[in-house]
Every structure is written in C-alpha cells, then in structure tokens.
Design a protein around this ligand. Structure first.
Ligand code: ADP
Ligand code: MG
Length: 701
C-alpha cells in the first residue's frame, strides 16, 4: 500500500460515520428501504458502500451508487479505490454517459442517475444489484426523482431475483420526513456529526439590478483577495456558475495575487502565498485531483468552483466561502418552448448549504457578495425540483418503454404540472415515438436506446433509415461533447482564432453549422497528428477526442439495433449536404423558424417567438439570404439567440409542420384522463392555449 493510500484510509477512519458503521449496516439489512441523512462531508457517499461491501452485502450482487453529476461519480469512485487500495475499474468502478469504467468483477459501482435509468430499461429488476443507493437525493435531479418513483413502484415485484433489492436513499439534512413517507414510512438513519458555526456576511455590493456576470466575477475576485490578505490562514472556496467565469476569475486572481507583498500586505504572517485552482464539470480528472491535496506549508488554497462543491464533493480545510449567489440551471422557457441553460440566483437553502461548507472542521466565515436586498427579493426559499422545470420528453419515453403507460399518475415525489407531461407526450407523438393512443411505436423503442436528446436521436435514426449514418454519427457526437471552438482571452489571439474558424467554415462548402462540425470531425480524424491539427486550428483536442469515442459508441448502439430489430428504410434523392439537412429536419422540425423581418426569425411551433442567429454561427450576417432554418439550441440574453443553425427548404418541412399543431393532447393521454368530463376538458384546453400565447413569458420557476 502506498503512502497516499495509507493516509487516505487513516483519514477516512476519523470520520464520525465510522462509529456507526455496524448500526448502519444493520439498518440496511433490516429494511427494504432506508433513508440515510447526515451533513455533507460525513462520509455517506464514500464510506457506506464500503461498509456494505465488508459486511458481505455484495454476495448477491453489486452495490450501485447513483450520482446526479458525472464528475462526482468519477471522483468518488477514484477516492474509494484509493481508500480500499484497489484498481479503478476492477472491484470499484464508475459508469457515466459515454464512459464505462467497470468490469464484470465490479462490486461497487458509482453511476450517474441517467445511466442507472438506462440499466433499468435493459433489466427492470436490476438483477445484477443487491443494493441500490440513490445519492444526493436532496438535489432533486430529474433522473433521481424518476428512479425514486420506479424503485418504489417495482419494490413489490422480484421477478428474476432471489432476494429483494435493497434501496438506500441518501440526502443532506433536508426533506427526510418527506422521503421516508414517500417510501412507505421507511426508517431514517441520521448520522450524528457536528458542524461549527459559520459567520455569514453580506458584502452587499451586488443588488438585484446588477446581475451581469462580468460584474459578479470581478466582485468575487475582489472579495476573495480581501479574505486572503485580511483573514487568518485557512482555505477559500469560491462559488461561480461555469467554466468560462471560473477561468476568468482564476486568471484575475492569479494576476492580482502576483502583486501582493507578503511582508506588508497580509494580516496573517504565516500566509505566504495563494494557490488558485478551478473546479468544474468538464475539467480533466487529473487536474481535479489537485483540488483535494493540501496546499504546501504557508500557502493558502483558493478553489473556484461550480455548485459541484456545494454537496457532491467535499474539500477538506475550507474555512472561508465566497458566494456569488448564482448558479447555472436548466429551465424550461415557455417563451421559446425550449429548455435553456441559464444563470439564475440560487435559493436561500442553497446559499445556506454553500455557507455550511466553511464549518466542517472548525468555525468559518461566508462572504456573500450580494446585498441583503438581493437575498430578500431575488432568492427563492427553496430550489424547484428539476422535474418541475425542465422538459420531460426523454423521461416520459423511458417510462413508457418500461411499461408505465399512465405517466400522469406515476408516483412522483413532487408532481410535475400536467401540462408539462402533456407537452412531452405531444413531442413524442411529433417524433413518431408514440402513436395517437400514447403507445410506444417501433421507432420509439429504437429511440430510447440512444443516450441523446430526442431530436438528435430522431435525426440519427432517419439517417440510418436512409443509409447515410456516416453523416449524422459524427454530428451527433460533436453535439454531445463540450464546445470544440477555443476562444482565447487575448484580443489578438482571438482575432487569429476567428480567422482560422472562418476558414474552416468556408472549407465545409456551404453555410451550415452542423456540416461544419462534420467537416472538422473528418478533417481532424484524417490528419496525421490530430492533436496538433486541433492546436493549429484553435480547436479543443480534448473535446474532439471525446467526440471520436462518442461516435464509436453511437455506431455500436446503431449496429446492434440494426441486427436485433427490424429497421425502417427510406429513400431520398439529393447531395450529401442535402441528405444531412433532410435528416436534421426530421429531428429538429420542432425547432423550425422562418425569417420574418430583417434579421429576425419567427418560430413555427405555436409559440411564434422572435429569434436571432447567434454571432457564433456561420450564418450570422447572412440572414437576409435565408428563409427557413432549423436550430439545435437557444441562448437567451437580451435577445433570444439560436445556435448551431442550418438553412433548410420549405419543401422538407412542409408535410411535417401540420404535426406541430394538429394533435389533441387529450387523446394522447387518454388513459389518464378517462373520468374527465367534456366541460372540464374544454376549460383545460382554454387554459393551456391561454398559457401558450405567443410572446408571453410564463416562467416555469
Ligand atoms: P458525504 O457523502 O457525506 O458528503 P463523502 O463520503 O463524500 O461525504 O466524504 C467524506 C470525507 O471523505 C470528506 O469529508 C473528505 O474528507 C473525504 N474525501 C471525499 N472525497 C475525497 C477526495 N476525492 N479526496 C480527498 N478526500 C476526500
Ligand atoms: Mg455525498
């Protein structure tokens, strides 16, 4: 055993949870469902699976631990391997979308909740598992909420199992009564542990009107530097919303810290330096490891992180929190009828959770860069569960494929609004994934096999039906990884990158952002040295490399499906660029817009919102020559922008467009609404049409 393994094992046995290991194992053995709660950092995620493993609960199957976040699944699996002194991917492993690091011998498996949902699709009784631990349930991610309902529902049946599946639900100290009641009043195990007081200060400079990211990034940096120079030793954890901001803040911190004269400027003379470290989801894992290592003697560590550091990951030694008050959240925007990743104020409970990270091992301080006014007027009490604010299309298809026909009466911990379920049904009908009666079609059963958003899956399946998947597979892969274009901070470099990106776009032959992605994928793949090709063209090699791997995986799924199931076949006459655009139309026809005036486009999905082409698109500036377009996603700032755009012909969508309006959602959900009277129905229809009046913003939060 190496030195780090020994020390990590020694550290972990200091955790309070270790005094309760036996009781905890007993509680798991004694009940089919168990709720476990305890302060973050008490050892739930890393220790409980090890206790169960040592107590022999793996004899009948694996222990699966779900995580809402991909990075958390990977990091925690690595940590547990280190503590147990085993190799990652053997006894202990992880599985996240497009990255499976497990083997047939894996006994403790950390998975994202999305992957677990896919496992249930393949094996509804989870026969490979003896225990499933749903972790971070307080986060209320869409997939975890659905898993909770499914595991509650299937608990009665034990087909294909020798012993019933044990389900442990873990949560920070929130809503445990509600969880227990939901699971038939199952026992609750509370891990005792102490926390230290955290002094919460409103630095008060950011008011409700100054929500701009450039403002709060600067403010956060300023406050963090104040803490560094004025406060006693102890590490700092800064909360921002995403990679760009975090990198900007780290650059600024680094730059400003250079000019500190440690002889005069700092209050605590033992502090002699600042180590600035970023932490966000798409960061390479070897860089993430650094976050957990203690800083050298005399150096203060300052971690600048997304919300991932709020509950999923615990960094020891944090004494000061600097909270921006914002988070990036996926919300359904009824103005455009799409899910949009937006920056919103956090809830008060979230702010308290963030503050709590400073009081784990000693008293701490939390500096909030916003004002008390902001707290009172802009921050909601609690975060709305994801199931009540995002698109349910994928989830409803999954449920339908699992035989849950009546998706409206499914046991939800918090029920989504019915109209959102109906919207999901409508979309599935538009994709031909369900029929008029709400039954899954042959196509729907194919669609559910792909870990992609429904529109993209539909386009991919269309390409397969036409035998041109070589065009769509790379596009689907490129759209599934982080942004591939490097945008350097330095103005001159930025210009250079822009020119090269424009040249790449021109070489694709026609202005179509999807085609450009395909072209970059192919060029890079064909080049002698792909990584230096990327460097020369200001393209993120890491992103393209993952796209290569994603493409292979999607290809494999398609290959298996083609062998197992009867596959639709269609024909289309046209060039390969037209073929690609036709497939995209089939997938994205719900995202179709027509130019209305000047540079503005109007969406055709019944919302009739006005959208503009984003400056990052190759079609930006050519709007006047366009008529019809489809788009992949939307960015809302002062305007609604569409990104990744493709020009299309009216001919290709002509027959599809009526589908956007014709169906009666009542018919699709007939199972659920049998006892509704005609009068009620008429009222309901009026209500939904009112709610969807074009241009009106009915926020889902
Ligand atoms: P919980 O799930 O209750 O929030 P965890 O099991 O995630 O707690 O963490 C327990 C403790 O293990 C943390 O307080 C931290 O000290 C340590 N720890 C967890 N992950 C790591 C890691 N990747 N590197 C170093 N220490 C870690
Ligand atoms: Mg945890």
């Amino acid at each position: 055993m190496s030195k780090t393994e020994r020390s990590s094992r020694a550290e972990s046995t200091q955790l309070p949870i270790h005094q309760h290991g036996e009781k905890l194992v007993g509680a798991v053995k004694g009940s089919q469902f168990l709720v476990v709660t305890g302060e973050t950092g008490s050892g739930k995620t890393t220790q409980l699976p090890q206790f169960l493993y040592r107590a022999g609960l793996c004899r009948d199957g694996k222990i699966g631990v779900t995580q809402p976040r991909r990075v958390a699944a990977i990091t925690v699996a690595q940590r547990v391997c280190q503590e147990m002194g085993v190799r990652l991917g053997v006894e202990v492993g992880y599985q996240v979308r497009f990255d499976d690091c497990t083997s047939k011998d894996t006994l403790i498996k950390y998975v994202t909740d999305g992957c677990m949902l896919r496992e249930i699709l393949a094996d509804p009784n989870l026969t490979q598992y003896s225990v499933v631990i749903l972790d971070e349930v307080h986060e209320r991610s869409l997939n975890t909420d659905v898993l909770l309902g499914l595991l509650k529902k299937t608990s009665g049946g034990s087909r294909g199992r020798t012993v019933p599946l044990k389900v442990v639900v873990m949560s920070a100290t929130l809503q445990t009564d509600k969880l227990s009641a939901f699971l038939g009043h199952c026992p609750v195990f509370t891990i005792p542990g102490r926390t230290y007081p955290v002094k919460e200060l409103f630095c008060g400079r950011i008011g409700p009107k100054e929500m701009d990211s450039s403002v709060y990034v600067k403010e956060v940096v300023k406050v963090a530097l104040d803490v560094h120079t004025n406060e006693a030793s102890g590490d700092i954890l800064v909360f921002l919303t995403g990679q760009n901001e975090i990198e900007k803040a780290c650059d600024l911190l680094f730059e400003k810290a250079e000019s500190i004269d440690y002889r005069y400027d700092v209050h605590d003379r033992t502090v002699e330096g600042l180590l600035v470290l970023p932490l966000y989801g798409s960061m390479p894992t070897d860089q993430q490891k650094q976050i957990f290592q203690p800083a050298p003697e005399g150096v203060r560590k300052c971690v600048v992180a997304t919300n991932i550091a709020a509950t999923s990951l615990t960094i020891d030694g944090i004494k000061y929190i600097v909270d921006s008050g914002f988070v990036k959240q996926l919300n359904h925007n009824s103005r455009v009828g799409l899910d949009i990743l937006e920056v919103v104020p956090i809830s008060k409970s979230e702010a308290q959770q963030r503050a709590g990270r400073a009081g784990r091992t000693s008293a701490g301080k939390c500096f909030r860069i916003y004002s008390k006014e902001f707290w009172e007027n802009c921050m909601p009490e609690y975060t709305t569960p994801e199931i009540q604010r995002t698109s349910l299309t994928s989830v409803v298809l999954t449920l339908k494929c699992l035989g849950v026909h009546d998706v409206i009466r499914f046991p939800y911990l918090d029920r989504p609004e019915e109209r959102f379920l109906l919207t999901a049904l409508k979309q599935l009908y538009q994709y031909d994934a369900i029929d008029r009666k709400g039954n899954v079609t042959r196509l729907g059963k194919l669609m559910v096999e792909f870990p992609l958003p429904p529109g993209l899956t539909r386009a991919l399946l269309q390409s397969a039906a036409l035998g041109c998947e070589e065009l769509m597979l790379p596009v689907a892969a490129m759209l599934s990884v982080e942004n591939i274009f490097i945008r350097p901070g330095h103005p001159e470099k930025q210009k250079e990158a822009e020119i090269i990106h424009k040249e790449l776009a021109a070489s694709a032959g026609s202005s179509n952002d999807f085609l450009i992605l395909l072209c970059i994928f192919e060029k890079c793949k064909a080049s002698e040295n792909p990584s230096s090709w990327c460097k020369d063209h200001w393209i993120h090699w890491r992103a393209v490399k993952s796209a290569f791997s994603v493409e292979t995986q999607l290809r494999e799924i398609l290959f298996h499906l083609k062998r197992q199931k009867e596959f639709p076949q269609e024909t289309f006459e046209g060039s390969s660029s037209e073929l690609l655009r036709h497939c995209l139309c089939i997938g994205y026809f719900t995202n179709v817009a027509r130019r209305s005036m000047g540079k503005a486009f109007c969406t055709m999905d019944g919302h009739g919102s006005t959208v503009h082409v984003h400056p990052s698109s190759s079609l930006f500036g050519q709007e006047a020559q366009l008529d019809w377009i489809i788009f992949h996603d939307v960015l809302v700032t002062s305007r609604v922008y569409v990104r990744t755009v493709c020009p299309i012909r009216y001919d290709w969508v002509k027959d599809l467009l009526p589908k956007l309006h014709e169906i009666d959602v009542y018919e699709l959900s007939s199972v659920a609404r049998e006892e509704v009277t005609d009068e009620e129905m008429a009222q309901w229809v009026k209500k939904t049409t009112d709610q969807h009046r074009p241009g009106e913003d009915v926020s889902r939060k």
